[in-house]
Ligand binder design. Structure first.
Ligand code: BGC
Length: 741
């Protein structure tokens, strides 16, 4: 166990370092004494280390570990993916799974689901629980959370991120990070920065304005550092303005370590380092995964051949890299080791506990979004389903039975349990019939030339025939983390659902008026059948508790309260990243320009007057909420002041439910283009039927500021502003006006 590992190393250090003991008069060396201030321990350890030992801290010793300093009893760091559960053990030197029988975990819902909860308390529980599992598995660094901004529905890793809005992402990543780190395990916030697509991720060179960088793509990382206090951060694969992100002077030295005073470690993404001098001088602290493509291929290079290995040492010896650089990097790694591997105060952690399953269940139920719920001429609700109302129940769709935790890339998990939707629905209707309805990997079943009838046709026809004779049809499909379907390393190739699901959903809707469509995925999809289906539930990769959460939501044991963390465009061309042609997405193969600038997601739809299919912040409930008129505490505000915007919300339906009240602010007069409005606050409240609560938001000048590239600073310009209260970005329930002076 790690505790013994540390004690052994300490004993070894005491034997191996008599000189050190002499220096401290026979007492414990300062670096080993955890009652001493952190910086004194770092200084002390550094003063005892050779340059070779300092260098050795900065590059991997296995696929998922980097060394400490054995002579001084300073242990190594164990890293693990992240971000939805603790990944199964991988071989020391290879990507193969090690085949242990004690490394299965709780699979928590994907971060897109956490984002859809709009609930920072759940983010704290998520971080705490996954941190406990990481600690139990003796990990020091958990590779997550992912906080890149959702730019296009084709993005292969959107399911690992928290949507299109920097305020929402910031508000949720901070408690997640704090929760993880309470366990003496470092969060490693990724991927810094602008890894907003998977296509050509290793070399695509992103060009964007300073405003877009600071207003849209950096705020969550900044919050992770300044508010979350993250101990490590992962450099991304892509280039930014000509230099790889993992050794980018502007990003790492100037912004992260300079402006934000980050005192932790920059860890490269696996295989994201490309140059010794740049890596050394431009802020990388630990190099991981070099000479692999991140996931699969290997080479014969040894770890000392890493860019921060012997080539780095050589440059130091030649005086091309100053010793302060070496000391600074080593100090950061030592700080990280003291905070994690050598933290003797940390709790023991725990694995797959009932409490962790409850946390996973709560996030899954609160994150699922009810998008549509009406049928027939009277437009009555189809959901929630009453067990007694339906005798012959048919479940259709591959995602009802598929293990959605394997695949997708580095976030794939080996859960101890995975409760499928089908088994949980059969716990309600024990004789529910099942039909796959489509073939998830059609190439495997490709028709022979001249064969008119494919396997896919047969599956669709069987499902539709059975649907006609059923009382209720529940379709469970979506994407599935297979190649190009929410998967690392590749983007999606179409906005439509794959495997003929659009045709199937249409045919099911024609065959049966009681059709519930449930989508499990991490992205917006086209919905050409939307008008034809009465009930639509947007769910995500929900982890271990997928089945129980969905069954409870569909039958009303849980009331949906998720709201979309990103907009669903009606057509892909409406999406701002796609509006400006291929140079904007996916780029020309080497270079890419973010031409939509600051107008990402709802900022674009709002400002340009384009109606999305479903707007950011949207989600229904089985109950209804009435909003009162918002009130404002003052109509003038100056720097240093704050003002309050309050609104009362009443549950006007007959079931208990939760509502997320959203506050947006719009700048009415500005010398630069600003979005029509931007999210600046939200509060999720629980209301019993008939209950009313007042929500109060405090606005400070910071909420009015934009990044002025002319001044390279955040500025609030005097003038008129509006504060909007909304149930979504498009469903505004009131507004108040004030001036900033
Ligand atoms: C991914 C990272 C991941 C790392 C280690 C990379 O390919 O981009 O997110 O943490 O592999 O598995």
């Amino acid at each position: 166990m790690k505790k013994n590992r540390i004690l052994n190393l300490f004993a070894c250090a005491l034997l191996a370092a008599p000189a050190a003991l002499a220096q401290t008069g026979g007492t414990q060396p300062v670096y080993l004494d955890d009652t001493q201030p952190l910086e004194a321990r770092v200084e002390d350890a550094l003063s005892r280390m050779t340059v070779e030992e300092k260098v050795r801290l900065s590059y991997a010793q296995s696929k998922f570990s980097s060394p400490g300093c054995p002579r001084l009893g300073i242990p190594e760091l164990y890293h693990s993916d992240g971000p939805h559960g603790v990944r199964a053990e991988v071989d020391w030197n290879k990507w193969n799974y090690a085949g242990w029988n004690n490394d299965s975990c709780t699979a928590f819902p994907a971060l897109s689901c956490l984002a859809a909860t709009w609930n920072p308390r759940l983010a704290a529980r998520y971080g705490q629980a996954i941190g406990q599992e990481a600690r139990y598995r003796e990990k020091d660094i958990l590779l997550g959370p992912g906080v890149n901004i959702y730019r296009t529905p084709l993005g292969g890793r959107n399911f690992e991120y928290m949507g299109e809005d920097p305020y929402l992402t910031s508000a949720l990543c901070v408690p997640y990070i704090r929760g993880v780190q309470q366990n003496g395990v470092a969060a490693c916030v990724k991927h810094f920065a602008l890894n907003n697509q998977e296509q050509w991720r290793d070399y695509i060179d992103v060009y964007l304005s300073d405003r877009a960088l600071h207003e849209i793509y950096l705020p969550a990382f900044k919050a992770a550092v300044e508010q979350g206090g993250t101990w490590s951060i992962m450099g991304a694969y892509n280039k930014i303005r000509g230099t790889h992100a993992s050794h980018n002077d502007m990003l790492l030295n100037k912004i992260l370590k300079g402006d934000w005073h980050f005192d932790g470690c920059v860890v490269s993404d696996w295989g994201a380092t490309h140059d010794t001098y740049e890596a050394a001088m431009n802020g990388l602290d630990i190099e991981m995964g070099t000479y692999t493509n991140g996931l699969s291929s290997e080479s014969e290079f040894g770890y000392d051949d890493y860019y921060l290995g012997k080539a780095y040492l050589q440059m130091i010896r030649e005086g091309r890299i100053p010793e302060e650089v070496v000391d600074e990097k080593a100090a950061r790694v030592l700080r990280l080791i003291f905070r994690t591997a050598m933290n003797r105060q940390k709790p023991y952690g725990s694995m797959t506990t009932e409490e962790h399953y409850k946390t996973a269940y709560d996030i899954a139920t609160e994150g699922t979004v009810l998008l549509k719920n009406r049928k027939g001429k009277n437009r009555e609700a189809l959901l929630p389903l009453r067990k007694e109302a339906y005798r012959r129940v048919l479940v259709v769709g591959d995602n009802a039975t598929r293990n959605l935790l394997s695949g997708g890339g580095s976030s794939e998990l080996k859960p101890k349990d995975y409760f499928t939707p089908l088994e949980s629905l059969r716990a309600i209707w024990d004789d529910a019939a099942y039909e796959p309805g489509y073939v998830p990997n059609e190439s495997l079943y490709a028709p022979q030339a001249g064969t008119p009838h494919t396997a896919a046709d047969s599956l669709r026809e069987e499902a539709v025939a059975k649907a006609a004779g059923a009382d209720l049809v529940i379709f469970i499909g979506g994407l599935n983390k297979d190649y190009r379907q929410d998967c690392e390393g590749t983007d999606r190739v179409s906005y439509n659902l794959p495997y003929g699901q659009d045709d199937l959903i249409r045919a099911l809707a024609q065959a049966n008026k009681n059709l519930v469509v449930v989508l499990l995925d991490g992205n917006a999809v086209a919905m050409p059948w939307l008008d034809e289906v009465p009930a639509l539930v947007q769910s995500w990769y929900l982890g271990t508790m997928t089945g129980p959460a969905l069954a409870d939501l569909l039958t009303g044991k849980a009331n949906p309260s998720g709201k979309l963390p990103f907009s669903f465009p009606a057509r892909l061309e409406d999406c701002p990243a796609h509006h400006f042609g291929t140079i904007s997405y996916p780029g020309d193969g080497t270079r890419q320009e973010y031409k939509e600038d600051i107008l990402v997601g709802y900022r674009w739809y709002d400002t340009k007057g384009i109606e999305p299919l479903f707007p950011f912040g949207y989600g229904l409930s089985y109950t209804t909420f009435e909003y009162g008129d918002p009130e404002i505490s003052a109509t003038r505000m100056a720097e240093g002041d704050s003002l309050c915007v309050s609104v009362s919300v009443r549950n006007s339906g007959s079931l208990p439910g939760k509502e997320t009240v959203q506050l947006y602010v719009g700048d009415e007069e500005c010398s630069l283009l600003r979005p029509k409005k931007e999210l600046k606050g939200f509060r999720k409240i629980a209301l019993a039927p008939g209950e009313e609560k007042t929500v109060t938001f405090t606005l400070k000048a910071d909420a009015l500021k934009f990044f002025d590239d002319r001044k390279q600073d955040w500025v609030a310009e005097p003038g008129k502003f509006k504060a909007y209260i909304g149930a979504s970005s498009a469903d505004l329930r009131g507004e108040v006006t004030f001036t900033y002076e």
